[in-house]
Design a protein around this ligand. Sequence first.
Ligand code: BEZ
Length: 257
Amino acid sequence: MNNQHWQAEQYAADFDFVPLYGTALFDLIAAPKGSTVLDLGCGNGTLTAKLAALGYQVQGLDASPELTALARRDHPELSFMQGDAVVFELREPVDVIFSNAVFHWIDAELQPALLEHAAAALKPGGELVCEFGGYGNNAMIHQALSAAFARRGLQYKMPFFFPTIGQYGPLVEQAGMQVRLALLFDRMTPLKGQQGLRDWIYMFVSQPFAGLTDAVKDDIIAETVDALRSVLYIKGQWYADYVRLRLRAVKAEQTAA
Ligand code: BEZ
């Protein structure tokens, strides 16, 4: 798992587009209202609360103590657990596992464990509905960071897992779920404010800078932002070059012995 420490309040205030885009996934849930839903990687609970308002019986799970605390503070009527998506277990299986903008934080070698735990937490016939960064996500940003690292004789290690459908589908099937829908699509995403790209990098890309001084980090990020101005700053607005992998999969029904 990626060691990301969230600045929870800034995330909630300046990156609220992350959960807002996730509402598009609600239409993929086939289970009727009243069904049980786990919001896996629920962050500050924004989407958990929206699912509850739609009539689902929800619980949220997130690895970050800061974000779990914020979720509990903002939605005290709902149940939030702190826990790791690659080792979690539920007391009772659920009808739906929902997850938005989470799976790319989990290293490639831990994806089978993530999907096995998700399948184990679903009832037979239950569904996984998820979206996360897919192949090519933020490629311009990571390439520009990589070039800035290289100019200093440093190596940039991209800290996310952004698979193709061809890579991810078999992992889902090996975990005992059938893929019913898989989409990989571009989504140029507007960022907030005139420092939008700079703020995005500071918020989301921390691991590659481990061991570097703040001065070197600041320098690399300033250079990266400058390099991307001609392609990601359009008519006074910063964008991030997102690519999404959206997926719905169903756990096999139990067969009669
Ligand atoms: C994403 O939602 O695709 C994402 C967000 C931050 C960092 C990496 C990926």
